[in-house]
Design a protein around this ligand. Structure first.
Ligand SMILES: Cc1cc2nc3c(=O)[nH]c(=O)nc-3n(C[C@H](O)[C@H](O)[C@H](O)COP(=O)(O)OP(=O)(O)OC[C@H]3O[C@@H](n4cnc5c(N)ncnc54)[C@H](O)[C@@H]3O)c2cc1C
Length: 415
């Protein structure tokens, strides 16, 4: 039997979507509340439907539950799925960052069990990287995993973990060798979050969101099967994870499904509807502002495509994912500022236009410049690893981690 063409696949997806998933403009669609468990349950159900119908994990290999198809099939499905309610919540970080990292770095057993379970909607995975003592210096983590009776005992704290409250497993970077230089003493673990030693608290942000969690690990004991990659090689796994994270933040991952960050209606700003709501469609100033923002968005789409294909073809290094990560934040800022300029005082004082959501959203303006690694760090990566500028001086390079000077917050983690 000859392989299905992209066009045939797209027609089949169109028919299936129309018959099986709620249209976003219908009463059957559920309003997406990212902080609510009900939305997560719904996402898992929708994902199971996609899996059963043979539309899940379009670019994941068949042996791990995916379809093993190319990027153009994913793009075709995404275009058809725009009008429908899809399990958007599972895209990031579960599929595009965590499953992608397990695919590249995990054991055969991890790939077979966790990727398939995620694609069936049975497992959600999150990232446990940042710590209270800092996030940018990821190789400086002080959560520790000690070897005891053939097991790994994890103690420490993580923070800013998006969606951990709704997840089953977390990719957790921990220090396993304090005598080695900081990049060499790390191990990546896939930790079950239902473990009795894991305490998860939710963190409320200024814009009201409680997507973030902090986790405390008290003698969390896991076996060798929880190690992703090899003990002491956690930095290799983390580097791959960051690679997937950066291009995902720029909407350049083949492992997402349905609308990307740019199109997800609760994330991107619908400036045209804002113009309507504020009744400023005749204003030249507003038209110019919106036109500028839309051009930024369109250029970002082209840039993402270009970088995706250039990295795949080897003409740009994987670190080039930071280019789209950086540009995503720039576009987000232009859109946010444009929305705020259009709404004016209505963004902060209730009036007939009802535009307070613009003001609330503005409170989270910096999110795009911090989440997924800050834009400052992205600039460093582009400078050092894409443009090959000299590396920044680091006083701790090559120094055993237990001899590196650290602030007070870090002292508790060391033996
Ligand atoms: C929306 C969102 C989602 C997130 N999701 C997760 C998640 O799921 N899992 C997780 O583990 N973390 C997550 N984070 C945390 C995020 O990864 C960290 O906030 C980020 O890495 C920055 O770390 P920090 O906040 O500790 O800032 P710090 O590292 O303390 O940095 C403070 C400031 O110093 C700058 N800086 C630091 N070092 C340098 C340098 N070498 N050169 C130039 N500037 C520098 C930074 O850019 C920043 O402006 C998320 C954050 C956000 C906003």
């Amino acid at each position: 039997m000859s392989a299905e063409s992209v066009g045939e696949f797209r027609s089949r997806a169109r028919a299936w979507l129309a018959a099986n998933l709620p249209r976003l403009d219908s009463d059957d669609a559920m309003v997406l509340e990212r902080d609510e468990l009900a939305s997560w349950r719904r996402a898992r159900e929708l994902q199971q439907k996609l899996y059963d119908a043979g539309f899940a994990g379009i670019c994941f290999p068949r042996e791990y539950g995916g379809l093993g198809l190319g990027y153009e099939y994913k793009k075709a499905f995404d275009a058809e799925a725009l009008a429908y309610e899809t399990p958007l919540l599972l895209n990031v970080p579960s599929f595009a960052i965590c499953c992608a990292t397990i695919l590249d770095m995990g054991s055969e057993e991890q790939k077979r069990s966790h990727i398939r379970a995620a694609l069936r909607g049975e497992e959600v995975l999150v990232q446990l990287l940042s710590e209270p003592s800092g996030g940018s210096d990821l190789a400086g983590v002080i959560t520790r995993a000690d070897r005891r009776d053939g097991r790994w005992i994890i103690n420490g704290a993580k923070t800013w973990s998006t969606w951990a409250f709704a997840a089953d497993y977390g990719l957790c970077l921990a220090r396993t060798d304090w005598d080695a230089p900081k990049h060499n003493g790390l191990t990546m673990f896939l930790v079950p979050l239902a473990h009795p030693g894991v305490t998860i608290n939710r963190i409320r942000q200024v814009n009201g969101s409680v997507e973030f969690c902090e986790e405390f690990f008290d003698d969390v004991d896991v076996g060798d099967d929880a190690v992703v990659g090899e003990p002491g090689k956690g930095w290799e796994v983390a580097s791959r994870q960051l690679y997937h994270e950066r291009r995902t933040m720029g909407d350049g991952s083949e492992y997402t499904s349905g609308p990307g960050i740019a199109e997800a209606e609760d994330i991107s700003i619908d400036l045209l509807s804002l113009v309507d709501r504020s009744k400023q469609g005749d204003s030249d100033r507003v038209r110019e502002l919106v036109g500028r923002a839309l051009v930024h968005r369109a250029v970002h789409g082209q840039l993402s495509e270009h970088v995706f294909h250039a990295v795949a073809a080897g003409t740009l290094p994987p670190a080039a994912g930071s280019i789209i990560r950086l540009d995503m934040a720039e576009v987000h800022n232009v859109e946010n500022d444009t929305a705020h300029a259009i709404a004016g005082s209505a963004a902060v004082v209730e009036d007939d236009a009802r535009l307070l959501d613009v003001g609330t959203r503005y409170l989270g303006r910096q999110i795009a410049s911090i989440g997924g690694g800050t834009t400052e760090m992205a600039r460093n990566v582009i400078g050092e690893r894409v443009l090959n500028f000299p590396r920044e001086y680091a006083a701790d390079r090559g120094v055993p981690f237990n001899q590196v000077r650290r602030g007070k917050a870090a002292e508790g983690g060391q033996k």
